[in-house]
Write a protein that binds this ligand. Sequence first.
Ligand code: ADP
Length: 496
Amino acid sequence: MTKCLYLFSPYLPIPLKMRTDRPLLNETSTIHRFLIWSEQNKSRPAYIRYSLPIALVVVTTFIKIEFLSFITTSSPYLLYFGVVCLCTIVAGISPAILAIILSSLAANYYFIEPKNEFTLSSLAFYRTAIFIGECVFIILLSSAVMAAYRRVNQVQALFRAMIEKGSEGIVLTNREGKRVYVSPSIERIIGYTAKEFIAMKPWILADPDELPAIKARMKDLMGHPGKNISFIHRVRHKDGRWIWLENSITNLLEDESVCAIVANFYNVTERIILEQQKDDFIGIASHELKTPITSLKASIQLLDRMKNDPSPDTLPKLVERSKRNVEKLTELVDELLNASHVGQGHLYLDKTDFVMADLLTECCAQIHATDKHRLIIQGDCDLHVCADRGRIDQVVVNFVNNAIKYAPRSKDIYLIVERIDNGTKISVKDSGPGIAPEKLPYIFDRYYRAETNSYNNSGLGLGLYISSEIIKKHGGHIGVDSKLGEGSTFWFTLPG
Ligand code: ADP
């Protein structure tokens, strides 16, 4: 993506030529401050704005009579042009028209022969007409300059907002490799302030393994004015994490108005992690589907071989094995379909009123817990809730199945129902290995599996994601309290 960036000087409607000795977006210049002040004056009360031309004409006339009398006859309108111009910029068009009228009268009375009386000679008339014509031109010109200046100010404010408040970082580097502008938004991206970043060596935060390739591309870019390159690379955040940036760098050194290498970059860490999770997911999903399919295929082959002479011992076992594998496949496909529906927002609830403890008892009956586990229901057994029974059953079964799967040595698994301030809380508590604190924030994310070795326990990393969507749809909250070595308590709340 190629972007064109124009940086306007604060008071001129032309792009600012990059100068390393002058800060960009300079707002401290006298002209800039004067123009800002003039703009503010235009909203002052009328009596203040109209007293300006009166005062200026009086003072100018006094100065001309007292100090410039030697040229006033030849140039009766001298200095009055300045008065009109100043009134246009500072007070606006109407006070400027008043300045023209007052100046014409003063010049006619004091400085056009015969002096100290109003003259209606044709010479006086022509001179006045020319003065008024020139003043109208001054007014139009000054108004145009001010309008252009206002537009530049607006554009500058807009660009500043885009640069400073946007999620994009912008760095401008000059021909000598010195960074001449770093957008403040960089702090949100890499944690360092623009000032800290400018003081650093170029590419110091980049991954050393990726650096040679980046430097080669930059060298090539420097030799090709107008060229743009894009790449994703890793950068060390101030807090020590690695993050991924998508960088789009354009060589605008030959562009008169920019004279810099312009780098625009975004934090794409979430996207990269999601892509990695998706790749992992495809691997896991294929593996998960392949196991029952292979077993089913083997059973069918054996059944095929014995179709003419079925063995009474083997036949029921093969049928039972095939049934189990088909069930497993159905479960996996259901989970995938569920996740896809939930992801597209197609989750519809059919709420009814029921006793929560009854649902927990039914869940325990469905789950094939072996002797290794004991499912214990605790809490307020009379509590009623209004929710989609089937969906809540799905969440509880998922919590309990996970406890059995990921806490194999936790003999007792507790299903607790309790009343809380504005609703009901259901928790499933195990005393298994627990979950590392850095993994907890992602545990309800789609495709996320906290296990480092994903193939140890089967699963698609979708169960908790689906559960969290179901609970959110009910207007409740879902969470986990866990400490490494101390087990986990997965819980959700239902309002009402
Ligand atoms: P799946 O079980 O299919 O991987 P889930 O979304 O149900 O997907 O769970 C996501 C991850 O959360 C699991 O891969 C597992 O690492 C972790 N997890 C879930 N429940 C527990 C638990 N009770 N104890 C420890 N880890 C758990």
